[in-house]
Design a protein around this ligand. Structure first.
Ligand SMILES: Nc1ncnc2c1ncn2[C@@H]1O[C@H](COP(=O)(O)OP(=O)(O)OP(=O)(O)O)[C@@H](O)[C@H]1O
Length: 251
């Protein structure tokens, strides 16, 4: 379970995230949607303790990230592709993470197999394609077998086979009872993958509802998304207009 409570983050004059509250529950894939610059990555970074909120808090299984005794065993995240030393092999990268996180070393080969990198595990990770780098990032997220997982744009740059692989992986992780928060710009993909959606615009909550309910509002999930976010897409010059109360629906 992830609990985001009144989270606020400012960068100088820019308010990246403002009084944002939502919960991400186990056993489902929760999609995290919003236009460019709406605050998705900033929110995920604050959940992972990488950015300090100006107000509010984010809890993982009831605690802030910094208070987790064995963080890698509680939460895994893919926040940036290529977050590894390019000169190290995938196996060496994962082994170092396992050693630092109190994770048995045999787990490294298990996650390499799970993401399909066993045959190239000895190669320098800097030589990996984008798809392979994403798989390595996912292997790192899965290393501690955590109950909570965050993925920021995991299908970016992947080929159709890779996109389908991610979709099935997200669903199977949720089916195992894990909490899965997934951001993506690909709304059609989100319609196929997510059960629940948290939609934000200009750092504020716009909707917290099921995919089914949101899709039923328009001809497609994409149309419903545009109707919801149109007023908060600053680069279209449509004004700020996000004062309306967010829409919440029981799951
Ligand atoms: N380190 C930073 N310094 C200054 N401004 C920042 C920083 N990080 C994010 N921002 C600003 O905060 C806002 C939210 O950015 P964020 O990257 O969280 O959005 P996002 O929803 O993840 O966007 P995208 O979909 O484009 O990845 C943007 O206006 C961005 O320019």
């Amino acid at each position: 379970m992830i609990e985001v409570q009144g989270l606020t983050k400012r960068y100088g004059p820019t308010t990246a995230v403002e009084a944002l509250s939502f919960e991400v529950r186990p056993g489902a894939v929760t999609g995290f949607l919003g236009p460019n610059g709406s605050g998705k990555s900033t929110t995920m970074r604050m959940i992972m303790g990488l950015d300090r909120p100006d107000a509010g808090q984010a809890l993982i299984s009831g605690r802030p990230y910094g208070e987790l005794r064995w963080p890698l065993r509680e939460v895994g995240a893919l926040l940036e592709a290529r977050a590894f030393h390019p000169g190290r092999s995938a196996r060496a990268h994962l082994s170092a993470l396992a050693a630092g996180g109190g994770i048995r070393s045999a787990r490294v080969d298990e996650v390499l197999a799970a993401v399909g990198l066993s045959d190239v595990a000895g190669r320098r990770a800097g030589t990996y394609s984008l798809g392979m780098a994403q798989r390595l990032g996912i292997a790192a997220a899965l290393l501690g077998d955590p109950g909570v997982l965050l993925f920021d744009e995991p299908v970016n740059g992947l080929d159709p086979e890779g996109v389908r692989w991610i979709r099935e992986l997200m669903k199977s992780l949720a089916a195992e009872g894990r909490t899965v928060l997934l951001s993506s710009h690909l709304i059609g993909e989100m319609a196929l993958t997510a059960d629940h959606l948290v939609v934000i615009g200009q750092g504020r909550l716009l909707a917290d509802t099921s995919v089914r309910e949101l899709t039923a509002r328009g001809r497609s999930l994409e149309e419903a998304f545009f109707a919801l976010t149109g007023a908060s897409t600053a680069y279209r010059g449509a004004g700020s207009g996000v004062d309306a109360a967010p829409e919440r629906n029981d799951r």
